[in-house]
Design a protein around this ligand. Structure first.
Ligand SMILES: Nc1ncnc2c1ncn2[C@@H]1O[C@H](COP(=O)(O)OP(=O)(O)O)[C@@H](O)[C@H]1O
Ligand SMILES: [Mg+2]
Length: 251
């Protein structure tokens, strides 16, 4: 299977400070890849380099190559807006717009002259179903999204991302603000979504990484220390530093 991403010697800098150092990884389609490591080791910077959302930060720059389906995403002719539609993102803190549940999903859609209300209704319904939220909100689509619980808000943000029909979804600690029941729902959802999407999830929860991912990469101080199948990382890591981290000896 052709990798979704081929990452060759990716380094990242905020000003002169190098926070990612020569990362090499292939990310496979229809799989979940977990990025683990202590706070500040570059996990967020890494995933934010994959859809160029960090371009929005002044003084941020990268070196090395990120190929998305063999396209160099940092090449000059890349349409960054299109790239970000294909590579969606869900953040740590649920961030719905202060609008209705319905509008949260309808808002980002590409509306053409020929788009009918019925077509939008259908996308809203389909996206909420895929995000396992439909049954809970189908009778209150006009309600303000901010009245939902944190876990529901996060699933709404996932629905909003799915509505744009991305191929990849980047999750940056999507459950760290959620209770255990909501967390379990999101994990179950991620497990289902991998049938149709390429998923990368940053998590500092080791159990979560072990439960949801197929592959895992351990980062430390901007370096990728080890990358392998999740069961290898957790049961037979090759590097002492990985072992120390997953057994809770530091971090
Ligand atoms: N906007 C920024 N400007 C300068 N330094 C930053 C910025 N964002 C992150 N950093 C630094 O980059 C390093 C990696 O951060 P980050 O990718 O957020 O790590 P993680 O997600 O693993 O906690 C840290 O040292 C952090 O302080
Ligand atoms: Mg982070």
């Amino acid at each position: 299977m052709d990798p979704t991403f081929k990452i060759h010697g990716l380094s990242a800098f905020y000003g002169a400070k190098e926070v990612l150092k020569g990362i090499n990884i292939n990310i496979l389609p229809n799989s979940v890849t977990a990025i683990i490591g202590p706070s500040g080791c570059g996990k967020s910077t890494f995933i934010r380099s994959l859809n160029r959302i960090n371009d929005l930060i002044l003084n941020f720059h990268t070196a090395g190559k990120v190929f998305y389906h063999n396209q160099d995403i940092y090449a000059k002719d890349v349409d960054v807006f299109d790239l970000r539609r294909r590579i969606g993102m869900v953040f740590q803190k649920p961030n719905p717009f202060p609008k209705s549940i319905y509008d949260n999903i309808a808002y980002g859609l590409r509306i053409h002259d020929f788009t009918t209300r019925e077509m939008i209704d259908e996308i809203v319904q389909k996206s909420l179903k895929k995000a396992a939220l439909w049954d809970e909100v189908k009778d209150s689509l006009k309600q303000n999204a901010l009245t939902l619980s944190g876990g529901q808000q996060q699933r709404l943000c996932i629905a909003r991302t799915l509505a744009i029909e991305p191929e990849v979804i980047l999750f940056d600690e999507p459950c760290s603000a959620l209770d255990p029941i909501s967390t379990a729902k999101i994990e179950e959802l991620i497990h289902q979504l991998k049938q149709n999407y390429t998923i990368i999830i940053v998590t500092h929860n080791m159990q979560q990484a072990a439960r949801v991912s197929d592959y895992a990469g351990f980062f430390l101080l901007g370096e990728l220390i080890e990358f392998d199948k999740t069961e290898v990382i957790f049961k037979a890591p090759k590097d002492k530093r990985t072992e120390d981290y997953i057994t809770g000896r530091f971090g």
